[in-house]
Write a protein that binds this ligand. Structure first.
Ligand SMILES: Cc1ncc(COP(=O)(O)O)c(C=O)c1O
Ligand SMILES: [Zn+2]
Length: 439
């Protein structure tokens, strides 16, 4: 019996794969050509999307609001804590800055993934869908290589689903990330090396024990989960933004956004693709290097496959420490197609960004999110935004993931031993200094 709801189509040879059941049986690759990149297609009537994204539809309490367009058959298998139903805020303080410093009227939107309940990152959405899919397919053991956040989110949601997880993290992964996995009784393998070694050992472990491994940035469960952000923007804003800004390690975001837009193309709801402005941290920016080189040479034949590999990158943002950017051919092409860019933000300023955002918005963002916000400042300097545009910054994580960054954000403390030393302070006195690094 073919799966009544969805099927996969190989992106390379168009072979059809019936469902996740067959996908797992085939070792998560196309049985014909071996490609690991597939599109999920649905038998569901596409028109149904219109009802789901109706502005008055206040039923969106999680990513599973879009159940009809997720590769899950039975609602009983849903593992959810309300992730994915998160706000798009307007960040007036950045609009004022763009106007005053660059004479640009922009609408600056912040997509509040820090509000996801599981682990406070945008990986919760992927992990909730993956956990549900794994449960539905009777999988009891799973493994994943991660720079930190995906490990945490999977550890959380797979624990909720009663699934045991082995996590392979690089030796520079944040202690808080390790703890967040381990405290659930999920196994941590901290490898003596970088993320590339973590991926290698995880793949070998997967083969040795016959345990399925997460398919990384193009894993269909992850892509399908993340594509729903486009539906959420349509529901909340009535449109997709003109520009999408995200911190970049592997780039599931643009892959998923592009998938969603192609899926609903025929409905005419999206007038044009957002330009993808992807931002790497200065301590690990191989995709920026590859992009700059390709651009300087006018995108010669085969440019997508010409990227450097950085062994054991040293960065203050371990979450983004992907030195071997295997997805560059996909991300580079998406940026080129949409008129986007891959840029770098100086990670030495990450604490300054986090302090400024907390001061102006009371939102405490995490290290990777400081790189996305930093990308906004960098984008202004480079002239990447145009008059009147809607710029959406994906706030991919809250500070919960990094107690270290939170501690670095202290700046108003005065050591005292006597009440005469304790004078009242006007908080607005701090503003000028907080903005200085960005002027
Ligand atoms: C908050 C945050 N932003 C950005 C990224 C990069 O995501 P991607 O690997 O999809 O580029 C990550 C990855 O862990 C993340 O946790
Ligand atoms: Zn194929």
């Amino acid at each position: 019996m073919p799966n009544p709801k969805y099927y996969f189509v190989c992106r390379s040879c168009e072979t059809h794969i019936d469902s996740f059941k067959e996908w797992f049986q085939e070792g998560q690759k196309c049985p014909q050509c071996g490609s690991k990149w597939v599109d999920v297609k649905y038998h569901t009537d596409l028109e149904k999307i219109k009802g789901l994204i109706d502005k008055d539809n206040s039923q969106a309490t999680s990513v599973f609001h879009y159940f009809d367009f997720l590769p899950l058959e039975n609602k009983e298998n849903i593992i959810s804590e309300g992730e994915g139903a998160i706000k798009v805020d307007r960040w007036n303080f950045l609009e004022v800055f763009a106007k005053e410093q660059f004479g640009l009227n922009l609408e600056v939107l912040a997509y509040r993934n820090d509000e996801n309940p599981g682990t406070g990152t945008f990986k919760d959405v992927a992990a909730a869908v993956a956990a549900s899919v794994l449960k539905e397919n009777g999988i009891t053991q799973y493994c994943v290589a991660s720079t930190g956040n995906i490990a945490n989110a999977y550890a959380h949601y797979l624990a909720l689903a009663g699934i045991s997880l082995a996590v392979f993290i690089p030796d520079d992964a944040l202690k808080a990330n390790e703890a967040g996995v381990s405290c659930y009784g999920q196994r941590v393998f901290r490898v003596k090396g970088d993320y590339a070694l973590a991926k290698k050992l995880c793949a070998e472990y997967s083969v040795k024990h016959g345990i399925h491994m997460s398919g990384g940035n193009i894993d269909p469960a992850r892509v399908e989960a993340k594509k729903t952000q486009v539906f959420e923007w349509l529901r909340q804003l009535g449109t997709v933004p003109d520009v999408y800004v995200q911190a970049l390690a592997g780039g599931t975001g643009p892959i998923a956004i592009d998938k969603a837009i192609r899926d609903i193309e025929s409905l005419g709801l999206v007038k044009k693709d957002p330009r993808y402005i992807m931002v790497q941290a200065s301590g690990c920016d191989p995709m920026t290097a590859a992009w700059d080189k390709a651009k300087a040479n006018n995108f010669p034949d085969g440019w997508e496959h010409d990227f450097p590999i950085y062994d054991s990158p040293v960065t203050r943002i371990p979450t983004l420490a992907n030195g071997n950017p295997q997805t560059f051919p996909i991300i580079g092409s998406l940026c080129k197609k949409t008129g986007g860019e891959i840029i770098t933000f100086n990670e030495d300023l990450c604490t300054e960004v986090a302090r400024l955002v907390a001061y102006e918005s009371t939102i405490k963002i995490g290290p990777a999110a400081t790189i996305a916000v930093g990308g906004f400042f960098e984008g202004l300097k480079k002239g990447l935004f145009r008059e009147g545009e809607k710029i959406l910054l994906n706030i991919g994580e809250g500070v919960r993931r990094s107690p270290e960054l939170l501690e670095d954000m202290v700046y108003t403390t005065k050591s005292v031993s006597n009440v005469d030393e304790c004078e009242p302070t006007d908080r607005s006195n701090f503003r000028e200094d907080l903005w200085k690094p960005f002027l």
